[in-house]
Design a binder for this molecule. Structure first.
Ligand SMILES: O=C(O)c1cc(C(=O)O)c2c(n1)C(=O)C(=O)c1cc(C(=O)O)[nH]c1-2
Ligand SMILES: [Ca+2]
Length: 697
């Protein structure tokens, strides 16, 4: 009861008007918004934990989130109460010092949303304002709950659920800017028309709506805040893109400048991915893969900068956007920075959208050689656009950097983020062969032609891949330092005034580095590879670091036999002792795969169907997903069609796919999985008995 009282009293008392100035004394110990401040710097001025003493860091408390799925959420801390969000948007309030649970709110998102959302039931964050917590649920509900009690205050449905083009979902965190809740949505890989909307934080009433791409011109204006902007966008589209929605979803990042009264929207890829199908291979397709600045009050267009004209690669510019004031060419510039999927780091003037600089941060970039500073346009590499012939693109849709939180330290002047080099093979389907299917990946990619060329290119991509923590100087556009990892897939980043940079790693650790030079100061095995960003906060004079540790989401597939414990919320402080994590489950023997009896054609068909239907959750090439399908038991194999077609495991989120697959298709996928298991069994199971022959004669 006393804790409850404290939560009530304090959550209601917070001076949220100070959110624009999170460094006001009353706010220094809090973490009030997804990126901590409206400029999304993910930099905390707290320095009690610092480079000199971080070696004394220990686990203070943890909570088992009881899932093997990826947990991407950034918690919030408001005056001693930590609000966390787990999969399916389940929100729990804890005493931030002790971990004692105060309340849990489960919005009861249906398990089918594990499939209806492109990338699993992830939730990256929640928002706080004036005694309320805001949840953007996967199924499109924007829900306000009372911060003290966890009781629902209001709910608004933000998108239509029915109809061919309504494959929307919400994975990103809502933001509250001066009493307005801003939320976007995802679905551009399936086929939607992207939009962003703002709601009154007290009532849930919609204030404005901004479409990021034009609809069917025959339908006339939308009556939305974006109507004038669509006049700019429309001439850059060709063909009949609206039949598939066009895409351009704002599925993750926003930022806000209260002085300029601008909301910055990061937009995503087109639907279908192939430009040749979507727009007859013509036009820039505004506002795909752009930063669009709109007036916070009216939602009206102010400026845009398109990073990826002619979007053709599932490149998105929804990656974190960070506002800062930087000394550039002798004067202080108000900038917005982003490191999107395409491997370039951009610095723009955030008042005007003027491009100040852009440089690639990856070692090879097959998309563009450089950005032409006179026109602001990329200079594409020869052959960058997709044709029927498979070619290797790096960066690929897997991104040189994706949603994983990025941090900027005003103390070092450096930006920190998880970078990776992961190429992939692209080939465009003939427009005439493209059929659109609701709630399925509608990429327009062709995945069967030239298998030998593909295999060679894929082998090259795997041989060249890298993952590293990058410290980048945004003024000089050069690398300051890097920490290389074994493989891609490490998580989001936090920077603090204690000269610290904090990141969960693919080696299943939490690691802390010196912010100025990258020297490793502390690392702990946590039996999980966190993808989320850490936060830090102060309660009763003690500084804590918290992180959700649960691997998943953005495709990372080369983890090898990856056994972890369940996802957990971990909280650390100096000199904590006595709290230990339960041991991870033992690896266990891999079930030996059965003989492959299918034909090569059946396996190839299965590979293609797997790529379209299963890879998002189970990992590209059947490696590293939520559940590794190479190592199914004989019992699971016997039930394969019932699981895949008839939803035997629907309550776990694996709902049936009978609407897009038939018995033959399911059998082909099974054949592909058996083929993959046979390929990998010897390596994955060292010491196992000699492999059975690959194929029965
Ligand atoms: O186009 C979209 O609407 C959309 C949505 C999402 C999402 O909502 O998670 C992702 C992507 N695209 C995407 O391209 C992508 O690489 C991606 C990775 C992840 C993730 O959770 O790790 N989500 C998404
Ligand atoms: Ca996408």
């Amino acid at each position: 009861a006393p804790l409850q009282g404290r939560a009530q009293g304090r959550a209601a008392a917070v001076d949220h008007a100070a959110l624009g100035n999170v460094d006001a004394p009353a706010q220094v110990g809090n973490w009030l918004s997804y990126g901590r401040d409206w400029g999304e710097q993910r930099y905390s001025p707290l320095a009690q934990i610092n480079a000199g003493n971080v070696a004394r860091l220990g686990l203070a408390w943890f909570d088992d989130l009881d899932t093997m799925r990826g947990v991407q959420g950034t918690p919030l801390v408001v005056d001693g109460v930590l609000y966390n969000v787990s999969i399916y948007n389940i929100v729990t309030a804890y005493d931030a010092a002790t971990g004692r649970k105060l309340w849990t709110y489960d919005p009861q998102v249906g398990a089918e949303w594990a499939r209806l959302a492109c990338c699993g039931p992830s939730a990256r964050g929640i928002a706080a304002w004036n005694g309320k917590i805001y949840i953007g649920a996967l199924d499109g509900r924007l829900i306000a709950v009372d911060a003290a009690s966890g009781q629902e205050v209001w709910t608004t449905q933000t998108f239509e659920r029915e109809g061919l083009l309504n494959a929307y979902s919400i994975t990103g965190a809502p933001r509250v800017y001066d009493g307005k809740v801003v939320i976007g949505n995802g679905g551009a890989d399936y086929g939607v028309r992207g939009f962003v909307a703002a709601y009154d934080a007290e009532t849930g009433e919609r204030l404005w709506k901004f479409y990021t791409v034009p609809g069917n011109p025959a339908d006339g204006p939308d009556g939305a805040a974006s109507d004038s902007a669509m006049q700019i966008a429309l001439p850059t589209w060709h063909g009949e893109w609206w039949r598939w929605g066009g895409g351009g979803t704002a599925w993750d990042s926003f930022a806000y400048d209260p002085d300029l009264n601008l909301v910055y929207i990061g937009t995503g890829n087109g639907t279908p991915h192939m430009w040749s199908i979507r727009s007859n291979g013509q036009g820039d397709n505004l506002f795909l893969c752009s930063i669009v600045a709109v007036d916070a009050t009216s939602g009206e267009y102010r400026w845009h900068y398109q990073m990826v004209p002619e979007e053709d690669w599932d490149y998105t510019c929804t990656q974190p956007m960070v506002l800062a004031n930087l000394p550039i060419a002798g004067r202080t510039r108000q900038v917005i920075m982003q490191a999107p999927k395409n491997g370039f780091f951009y610095v723009l003037d955030r008042a005007t959208g003027e491009l100040l600089s852009a440089e690639t941060y990856v070692s090879q970039n097959t998309w563009a050689s450089h950005i032409d500073m006179a026109t602001g346009r990329p200079v594409l590499q020869p052959g960058a656009h997709n044709t029927a012939t498979p070619h290797l693109m790096s960066p690929s849709w897997m991104a040189a950097h994706t949603w994983h939180p990025m941090a900027y330290s005003p103390q070092t002047g450096l930006v920190y983020f998880s970078a990776q080099e992961q190429g992939d093979v692209y080939a465009a389907m003939d427009a005439g062969d493209f059929t659109f299917v609701r709630h399925r990946s509608n990429s327009g990619q062709q995945r069967r032609n030239d298998p030998e060329l593909r295999a060679r290119l894929m082998a090259q991509a795997r041989a060249e891949e890298k993952g590293y923590l990058l410290a980048w100087n945004p003024v000089t556009q050069t690398e300051a330092w890097r920490v290389p990892y074994r493989v891609p897939g490490s998580g989001g980043v936090l920077a603090t005034a204690g000269n610290l940079v904090i990141q969960g790693t693919i080696d299943q650790t939490l690691a802390i580095y010196r912010a100025d030079n990258g020297e490793k100061l502390w690392e702990m095995d946590i039996d999980q590879a966190p993808v989320a960003g850490a936060i830090t906060y102060l309660v009763d004079g003690v500084q804590y670091i918290a992180i959700n540790a649960g691997w998943g989401g953005s495709p990372v597939y080369n983890l090898g036999p990856f056994t972890t414990g369940t996802a957990k919320l971990l909280v650390f402080r100096l000199d904590a002792s006595g709290v230990t994590l339960p041991p991870p489950p033992p690896p266990g023997d891999l079930p030996r795969p059965p003989f492959l009896t299918a034909t090569e054609d059946q396996v190839a068909r299965g590979r293609e169907l797997y790529g379209e239907t299963c890879a998002r959750c189970h990992g590209p090439n059947a490696v590293g997903g939520l559940k590794d399908l190479r190592w199914m038991t004989a019992e699971t194999r016997a039930r394969f069609a019932d699981i895949v077609l008839r939803g035997l495991y629907a309550e776990r989120g694996m709902i049936g796919f009978a609407d897009v697959l038939d018995e033959d298709g399911a059998a082909a996928i099974h054949a592909f999985l058996i083929a993959r298991a046979n390929e990998d069994y010897a390596d994955a199971s060292p010491g196992a008995p000699v492999l059975p022959p690959r194929r029965e004669q």
